[in-house]
Design a protein around this ligand. Structure first.
Ligand SMILES: [Fe+2]
Ligand SMILES: [Fe+2]
Length: 346
């Protein structure tokens, strides 16, 4: 067992139970799941956790899990069943990517219009103005599912791109990965924020507490990044993410300052206020516009990816704000784990 590997999550239903039980054994054929169509797949705890667990095998894996599981054919088949439900729901909500050509020169305007049409609730305003310290800590725990591997899901797209959009994505990702300085890797800056807030900054430490609407935001990126046919969409996702990051991060920093934090705890947010003001243009014009210019057939997919980002982020923000408005935590309760057998505890 390696110290940096997180523990397998506690299951939340039959799919995640079947999966996590399988992963405890050496890689071997996994039974096919029967995936009942959930009323809301984007908020289904069991489905989203199972999908997240499958994807994590491509990132850091889990302590005690045979690394061969990553490419075990039955695991990939299991994941494909989950992805079919996930993708169908995204397409049901968003429609198919438009076939109509987008003028590459107008891609930044089209992306901005998607951001402007976003009428989802604003979590950053709540954090800036009146969230309690406990609520800010919750917000950071939610975000840890992505930020502790910030940029990694989009990096799956790099070998699928070429020419100028690839150069643009590398320019953005190089900053996300610290420009050659490990202590400036954005995931590390986020870990510093967690430490500053008295949280456990180890990768995956809070997975059991993180609910489906949050896992969905990360699963969307992994899904789009790992499927070459969605390379336009993961590009559009990154572009809008970068275009809409600077202002919320300023608000988050303001919220932390209001609560008495400073220094290294804020560095992650301050860095994004500056970096994403630069990334915004590279992402919209050079990356998204560049891809549409190079391959006009992908323009609709680029915009679809941006709309998918807005959809899942709104679902997440609504979950968090509704929970807080109702006076309850937006995180899941700590699961009850079976007590270890006496011999193992000795
Ligand atoms: Fe970043
Ligand atoms: Fe960025």
């Amino acid at each position: 067992m390696r110290p940096e590997e997180p523990a397998l999550p506690a299951p939340r239903g039959p799919l995640s139970a079947l999966l996590t039980e399988g992963l405890c054994a050496p890689a071997q054929p996994l039974p096919a799941p029967s995936v009942a169509v959930a009323p809301d797949p984007l908020a289904d705890e069991d489905l989203q956790l199972a999908l997240y667990t499958c994807y994590e095998l491509h990132y850091r894996g889990f302590a005690g899990v045979d690394e061969r599981w990553e490419w075990e054919p039955s695991l990939i088949a299991f994941r494909a069943e989950l992805e079919t439900v996930f993708e169908a729901e995204l397409l049901r909500r968003l429609g198919e990517p438009a076939d109509a050509m987008v003028d590459p020169a107008d891609m930044d305007v089209a992306l901005r219009a998607i951001a402007d049409a976003d009428d989802g609730p604003s979590l950053s305003r709540a954090v800036e103005r009146d969230a309690t310290l406990e609520q800010v800590r919750e917000f950071v725990i939610h975000r840890s599912a992505y930020q502790l591997k910030e940029a990694d899901p989009h990096s799956w797209a790099l070998p699928r791109l070429h020419g100028s959009p690839k150069a643009a994505m590398v320019e953005i990702q190089a900053d996300e990965y610290g420009g050659g300085r490990a202590e400036r890797i954005h995931a590390q800056l986020f870990a510093d924020t967690m430490t500053g807030l008295g949280l456990d900054a180890r990768y995956g430490a809070y997975l059991d507490r993180i609910p489906a609407p949050t896992l969905t935001t990360v699963n969307l990126m992994s899904f789009l990044g790992l499927h070459r046919r969605w390379r336009g969409a993961i590009t559009g996702h990154l572009a809008l993410f970068e275009m809409t990051s600077s202002i919320p991060n300023r608000r988050y920093a303001n919220g932390l300052r209001r609560l008495g934090h400073d220094g290294g705890t804020l560095e992650f947010f301050d860095e994004h206020v500056l970096a994403d003001a630069v990334h915004e243009n590279v992402a919209a014009v050079d990356l998204a516009g560049g891809l549409a210019k190079q391959d006009p057939g992908l323009g609709g997919s680029v915009l679809w990816g941006a709309r998918a980002l807005v959809l899942v982020e709104a679902g997440w923000a609504r979950h968090v704000l509704d929970s807080w408005a109702a006076g309850r935590s937006s995180l899941l309760p700590e699961p009850e784990r079976d007590a270890p057998p006496a011999s193992a505890a000795a």
